[in-house]
Design a protein around this ligand. Structure first.
Ligand SMILES: Cc1cc2nc3c(=O)[nH]c(=O)nc-3n(C[C@H](O)[C@H](O)[C@H](O)COP(=O)(O)OP(=O)(O)OC[C@H]3O[C@@H](n4cnc5c(N)ncnc54)[C@H](O)[C@@H]3O)c2cc1C
Length: 441
């Protein structure tokens, strides 16, 4: 069986691995010169099933209105001139009800927990290197209201059987000795001891090398221009060389997987599929450590700014924030100021921000925060996209699941609610208008 995978981000490369290790002939195509060079390049570094929570949550619409007026707010919205932006926001708003939140949370957790198991197996099987740490994550609160809200989250974690510890401020030092608890008057923290951390792009690079040894062919520097249909199937992918645009080629395969992250929607629309995947912009700062004893041990997530500070071997990654602003990759200096502020307040003197790498990426976000993993009405076209805020966390599970589906095997977990069919209307057609999609099946 031959499978072509569109996209060599963390989702495309993990999919390639789980197919190739079962003997499938895999070709991966990407416009970049190597793997993991777009959204998977410099994310916040959390592998956090315990934090797998939909952004569309009760109370978010009100919070969003307040954030629009704040300087260091975690969310901002700028019209991008498209109707799709308004449709997507409307659909996200509809997913903020308690009932929708519960459905979406269960789906995300199902995938994220499975993914965690898959990652542990993968590490054992191939021993990949990505500056990984298995020291848990810590969410810290600056107000009593945040601590109260965390008590409600704890009830959900209890119900779902996810290990956690709600900690008073005086206990935070035992987890993160360098954390400036008193200077910031922190009110407490929520620790998720089974969460992990690491550098996603290193992980992708390392896994791509492993894929090559399993026979996976990587075609880098190729822009995918179109998917050509014959009868009811995708027959060819038409590619163009990025370096020499006059050179075009066609790739033929039995199955095609779309793992193009935030760019999935454009190519899918050529086939009449409407994917509700919006580019949700985020930022990160990667800072060389200048004083190890002042640096974090793992990830500390500042709930006030929704910014995560993650320790790698010799670097700290500070990442977060969300801008609903279309395909805009400009670096906004005020976002950098927020990231620097959080690092300085939580871990003063840990790193030299002057030497930092400032980066932005577009999270492929669905309005219900759940990825789209599964088949389509076109029998040989498969989707693995829309992983939003936690793409690395859910990558191995999504990839293994999709590999099982493509090979016609019994799936390791339930697939209900994960495919594009959750946007299907009562006549059985995939809805052309994603803002209508907030089904409860
Ligand atoms: C600031 C920030 C912090 C984050 N923090 C975390 C975190 O801590 N933990 C976590 O789990 N997740 C996190 N995420 C989310 C995670 O990074 C993403 O969900 C994940 O990287 C998406 O992977 P992907 O493979 O779908 O997309 P990408 O990595 O973007 O891969 C898609 C690939 O498709 C290629 N492509 C697109 N169009 C074409 C075309 N026409 N032709 C050829 N190639 C094409 C691109 O070059 C790209 O390589 C964060 C994201 C951001 C922005």
């Amino acid at each position: 069986m031959k499978v072509a995978i569109m996209g060599a981000g963390v989702i495309g490369v993990t999919t390639a691995y789980y197919l190739a290790r079962e003997g499938v002939q895999v070709t991966v195509i990407d416009r970049q010169d190597g793997p993991g060079l777009e959204t998977s390049f410099a994310n916040a570094g959390q592998l956090s099933p315990g934090y797998a929570t939909p952004w569309a949550a009760p109370g978010i619409p009100l919070k969003a209105l307040k954030w629009l007026l704040q300087r260091h707010a975690p969310l901002s919205i700028r019209p991008d001139g498209s109707l799709f932006q308004l449709q997507w926001l409307w659909s996200m708003w509809r997913n903020c009800s308690p009932a929708r939140y519960a459905v979406n949370k269960e789906r995300m957790l199902r995938l994220a927990s499975f993914s965690r198991e898959c990652l542990i197996d993968l590490r054992r099987d191939i021993g990949n290197h990505y500056e990984g740490r298995q020291a848990g994550t810590l969410q810290v609160f600056r107000t009593h209201a945040q601590l109260q809200a965390a008590r409600r989250d704890v009830e959900i974690l209890d119900r779902l059987g996810i290990e956690h510890q709600l900690l008073p401020p005086e206990a935070l030092h035992s987890i993160e000795p360098a954390l400036a608890v008193h200077a910031n008057a922190l009110t407490g923290g929520l620790r998720l001891p089974l969460d992990e951390t690491g550098d996603c792009q290193m992980f992708v690079r390392d896994l791509a090398a492993r894929c090559k040894s399993l026979g996976v062919r990587f075609l880098f520097g190729r822009e995918i221009l179109s998917l050509e249909r014959e009868a009811q199937r995708v027959r060819h992918l038409r590619l163009r060389s990025v370096a020499t645009p006059s050179i075009e080629e066609r790739i033929e395969s039995d199955h095609v997987v779309m793992a193009l992250g935030s760019y999935s929607r454009g190519l899918a629309s050529q086939l009449g599929l409407s994917l509700p995947v919006y580019p949700l912009k985020g930022y990160s700062l990667t800072v060389p450590i200048s004083n190890k004893s002042a640096a974090p041990q793992s990830t500390v997530m500042d709930e006030t700014y929704k910014v995560a500070v993650t320790r790698f071997d010799q670097r700290i990654r500070v990442g977060g924030m969300a801008e609903v602003a279309g395909y805009d990759l400009r670096l906004n200096a005020s976002r950098r100021a927020t990231l620097e502020k959080v690092l300085h307040e939580l871990f003063p003197g840990a790193g030299s921000a002057g030497e930092a790498l400032f980066w932005t990426g577009l999270r492929p976000m669905t309005p219900d925060s759940t990825p789209i993993v599964g088949g389509t009405d076109i029998p040989n076209l498969w989707l693995n996209t829309g992983h939003g805020t936690l793409g690395w966390t859910m990558a191995c599970g999504s990839a293994r699941l999709l590999s099982e589906m493509i090979r016609g095997k019994k799936t390791s977990i339930r697939t209900e609610g994960l495919s594009l069919s959750r946007y299907r209307d009562s006549n059985g057609a995939i809805r052309p208008r994603p803002w209508q999609a907030a089904p409860a099946h």
